[in-house]
Design a protein around this ligand. Structure first.
Ligand code: SF4
Length: 389
């Protein structure tokens, strides 16, 4: 049997709702390196079948709560050291002020981001927590999340590897949470590899957080960083691991596919950006592996071509902020929401604003949170147009 026939057979299996194996996916990928069209059109058909002509985003404000971090990933420019200009240690007052501003801009999501357990490594972080009346970053996040709700925003916390208890507490106020798997490869944690100095990125540690979120029934956002020196098998295994978690707990609400972009002040500054065709192939493969999943790419990381990803399987742009920078990718400004709207329309899609929790996962959240959502919710479970426009 030649490979092209096998490719068609594997793709037909997907369209017929039959399970595809790891080897099928590898074969589909290898064929796509010669001619990706069949893969792309299958991904597009699946996207159309499950997501129609809607593309969503979340209107957010990015709260850079603390960017000290006990780990060091070779690609990260978010992390700061004490004394650096970019150091962020937000006070309660600053959080309140930004919440009020976000409300004025009619943002829906308060995205709370921190480095990995900064208080374990830095006296500055311990002092900052003490000044604000807390002993751990997680305690502070619980407080910040309560403040967000009081101000009419919905918190979504991404603070790395939170433990079971911390997740359980944050579930009370957060309508969803996030932690990137990045990649399931142990090889990427070895010497000279991107996760060598990041214990929190060990696949076992990340999977444990995702498992705990599943046990707790937290709508969870996770994802993969594409183009950091991984092999195609490692990418495929990472997507399959996410699929497996979702089959077990049903709580993975979306998968972010983030294309690597080198940052000038990092160890990987001379590594090339993820190749766009390779990235598109990974996006399409993700749709094939998880036909019903919400699949997101950040539009600011593909500024010239993001709309073309609508034809390879994505259905979400993630959080876009009209007032704060993307502190993880500070050199890539978010496009204006109007522009994203126009580009989505030109590609044949309707841009709609969602909550940080997708409608399919409303049953996972408490009645109190659900009631708050219903105030500005339309009949599809998305944000009423007159609220966000
Ligand atoms: S990517 Fe996250 S864990 Fe890695 S250094 Fe940056 S802040 Fe720390």
């Amino acid at each position: 049997m030649n490979r092209l026939v096998l490719n068609s057979e594997s793709l037909n299996k997907v369209l017929e709702d039959k399970t595809i194996s790891r080897q099928d996916v590898i074969d589909i990928y290898q064929n796509a390196t010669k001619d990706p069209n069949e893969l792309f059109s299958t991904a597009q058909n699946l996207r159309e079948k499950f997501k129609k002509d809607t593309v969503t985003f979340s209107k957010k404000a990015f709260f850079n709560i603390v960017n000290l971090c006990k780990d060091t990933c070779s690609y990260c420019t978010y992390k700061a050291e004490p004394g650096e200009e970019k150091l962020s240690l937000m006070s309660k007052q600053q959080i309140s002020e930004l919440l009020q501003l976000a409300k004025k801009y009619r943002c829906v999501e308060a995205l709370f981001v921190t480095g990995e357990q900064p208080e374990q490594r830095y006296q500055e972080a311990r002092d900052w927590l003490k000044e604000n009346g807390f002993s751990t970053t997680a305690e502070y996040l619980i407080h910040a999340s309560e403040l967000a709700l009081e101000n009419g925003l919905f918190p979504h916390t991404n603070a790395g590897n939170l433990n079971f208890e911390e997740l359980r507490e944050l579930k009370k106020t957060n309508v969803s949470m996030g932690v990137m798997l990045e990649n399931i490869s142990e090889r990427l944690t070895q010497r000279d590899m991107p996760h060598y100095l990041a214990a929190s990125k060990r696949p076992k540690a990340r999977l444990e957080v995702l498992e705990n979120s599943g046990k707790l029934g937290i709508p969870m956002t996770t994802g993969i960083l594409v183009g950091i020196g991984e092999t195609i098998e490692e990418i495929i295994d990472s997507i399959l691991a996410i699929k497996q978690l979702h089959q077990k707990y049903g709580n993975i609400q979306e998968v972010i596919l983030q294309n690597f972009q080198p940052k000038p002040d990092t160890k990987m500054k001379d590594s090339p950006s993820a190749d766009e065709n390779y990235f598109k192939t990974i996006v399409a493969l993700s749709r094939i592996i998880m036909p019903e999943m919400n699949i997101q790419i950040p539009p600011n990381l593909s500024p010239k071509s993001y709309q073309s990803f609508l034809s390879v399987g994505i259905n979400d742009w993630g959080g876009i902020s009209p007032l704060t920078p993307d502190f993880v990718n500070p050199e890539f400004a978010w496009p204006e929401i109007n522009k994203v709207d126009e580009n989505s329309k030109n590609a044949g899609f309707n841009l709609k604003c969602r909550f940080p929790v997708y409608p399919e996962f409303f049953s996972f959240i408490s009645k109190e949170l659900r009631d708050k959502i219903s105030i500005i919710e339309d009949k599809e479970g998305l944000v009423k147009e007159e609220y966000w426009r």
